[in-house]
Design a protein around this ligand. Structure first.
Ligand code: N01
Length: 505
């Protein structure tokens, strides 16, 4: 499909976030003029790109899927990547979204034009003009590879977990894995039998608890298909149980020692070598970094053919890696499982607001938005998975659907009132972020005693949603027009009067 020169609503990205947005817009108004651009050749976002061995969701799939597109087909309670990718493609088919998506089309820049009240957008497929821009580019889509001295001299193979090199055979190789986060715990147990020797570089140990995964049998799937209410009931139970995590992680951190005792028991049961066990014991509260779910990560690190290096990665040579104690480890392949850049999203460098500055310049290293979605200075811009919408306990899909409700409500408010554009007022944005900061105070994500990617360059937690997800759902149910500067179709901006009516400036 070709990108048209003018569109009412332009969505950037066709992963969970972009598909939630376009599906909800079209459900509300099937004739809406909405187009999605996607830089890759297919939809799926993170579930298209992350194909490393063992890649799976660590949130139960009944919850980690669209409420408006349930699938009775899941083979496991924690779905594997191929199934999630297939699911997103099936949603596109089911909801007839294909004609709305332009693939192989990457956003290059989007500049707000105050005179036309529209976004001027450049892409790899040409230019377009959009009244409303929805950035659904994902928070965990740009792999982060640390700048290790000597990395360019390495003569073996190097790749990141999110861009797995499937052409490369690890059989009988000496492999170094850098990082021990949510991705590493999934693929290391999958490759350990193939490699001759594995050297895992751990900077900070993580708390690990069992993954209660099971296959979903034919009968259960048939039940979900014939009586969808049963599937909805399961989803509701999982939702409630996951929300209960907040009671501990945010509201009652005094209960965390119980979680710690449980995780320690798990560690003692799975790792026999006392030195390895000591190296794998975190010194911060569980939940401060993402709690990892795995049944085979810890036993893998206890194997004699696996080295756990905790002194840190100092440099890379042409045939190996040097740890901080100066020891050289000869390896054939280095796999970086070093995560992403959520607090410095690349899209923030591509969007310019009404003062000509980029979103990254506005943020100065500390992303902030109103209700995680709109930003002062950026009229008619909606961020999916924006600042402070990430979760440590439940499904991001729930948050994305909430944001999609909010933007649909905004589009309707604009249509009803004949408004060309809305821009959140700075004081409302500030108030929201003060509230977020206050709620985060004392939670495990701020006060758990670790350094995590939830904290940005300025030390602010600009990543996590601080409380129950239903509070976000209620906050995003209705568009709060009173918190916005209204821009009418007239050439000059208008402001609100006390009754929230449009008045020409
Ligand atoms: O990345 P991470 P990930 N030298 O940032 C280490 C989501 N996810 O790809 O802890 C040495 O968690 C770093 O060490 P430290 C999920 O939200 C979801 O594993 O910073 N090491 C850490 O051990 C998750 O949180 C699913 O000290 C370095 C690791 O690399 C997010 O993706 C599944 C280093 C990075 O861990 C990212 O997970 C998988 C350096 N210079 C992932 N820099 C779901 O199922 C970093 N590290 C939904």
């Amino acid at each position: 499909m070709k990108l048209q020169e003018r569109v009412d609503v332009l969505v950037v990205g066709a992963g969970f976030a972009g598909l939630a947005a376009v599906a909800k817009i079209l459900a509300d108004d099937p004739r809406a003029d909405v187009v999605v651009i996607e830089r890759a050749s297919d939809v799926g976002g993170t579930w298209r790109d992350n194909t490393y061995p063992g890649c799976a969701c660590d949130v139960p799939t009944s919850l980690y899927s669209f409420s408006f597109a349930p699938s009775p087909e899941w083979s496991h309670t924690f779905a594997r990547q191929p199934e999630l990718f297939a699911y997103l493609r099936s949603v596109v088919e089911r909801l007839h979204l294909k004609d709305r998506i332009v693939t192989n089309c990457e956003l290059q820049s989007a500049i707000w034009d105050e005179s036309t009240k529209r976004w001027t957008v450049q892409t790899t497929n040409g230019a377009t003009s959009a009244r409303v821009l929805i950035a659904a580019t994902g928070a965990l889509s740009t792999p982060k590879i640390p700048d290790v001295p000597g990395i360019d001299t390495f003569e073996g193979t190097v790749f990141h977990s999110a861009t797995w090199d499937h052409e490369h055979d690890l059989t009988d190789e000496r492999v170094a894995v850098i990082g021990t986060g949510a991705s590493a715990v999934q693929f290391v147990p999958e490759i350990v039998d193939r490699a001759q020797r594995l050297t895992v570089f751990q900077r900070t140990p993580a708390w690990v608890i069992p993954r209660l995964d099971r296959t979903i049998g034919r009968l259960e799937r048939a039940l979900y298909e014939r009586i969808p209410a049963t599937h909805r009931a399961v989803r509701a139970v999982i939702y409630g149980y996951r929300e209960a995590y907040v009671t501990v992680l945010a509201d009652n951190p005094w209960m965390l020692p119980a979680v710690k005792a449980f995780a320690k028991l798990n560690l003692r049961r799975q790792v026999k070598n006392p030195a390895t066990r000591a190296a794998l014991t975190p010194d911060y509260a569980p939940g401060c970094k993402r709690l990892l779910l795995s049944n085979d990560w810890l036993p893998t690190l206890d194997r004699p053919d696996v080295d756990l290096v905790t002194s840190g990665l100092a440099s890379v040579t042409e045939n190996g890696v040097v740890d901080a104690s100066g020891r050289h480890h000869q390896v054939d392949t280095i796999i970086f499982a070093t995560g992403f850049t959520p607090t410095e999203p690349p899209v923030s460098h591509l969007l310019r607001g009404n003062d000509g500055r980029t979103l990254a310049q506005h943020w100065g290293g500390s992303p902030q938005a109103h209700r995680g979605t709109t930003v002062a200075g950026f009229p008619n811009l909606f961020l999916m998975y924006g600042p402070n919408t990430n979760l440590g306990h439940s499904s991001i899909v729930y948050m994305l659907e909430s944001q999609a409700n909010y933007l649909v409500s905004a589009l309707n408010a604009m249509k009803r009132r004949g408004i060309a554009a809305v821009e959140v007022v700075e004081s409302a944005q500030r108030q929201h972020n003060s509230w977020v900061d206050a709620e985060l105070e004392g939670t495990v994500w701020n006060a758990g005693g670790c350094s995590s990617w939830y904290l940005d360059a300025n030390g602010r937690n600009s990543t996590m949603w601080p409380t129950y997800t239903f509070r976000f759902r209620s906050m995003t149910r209705e568009f709060d027009l009173a918190n916005y500067r209204i821009v009418s179709d007239a050439p000059d901006s208008d402001t609100l009067d006390s009754d929230n009516e449009v008045v020409s400036a």
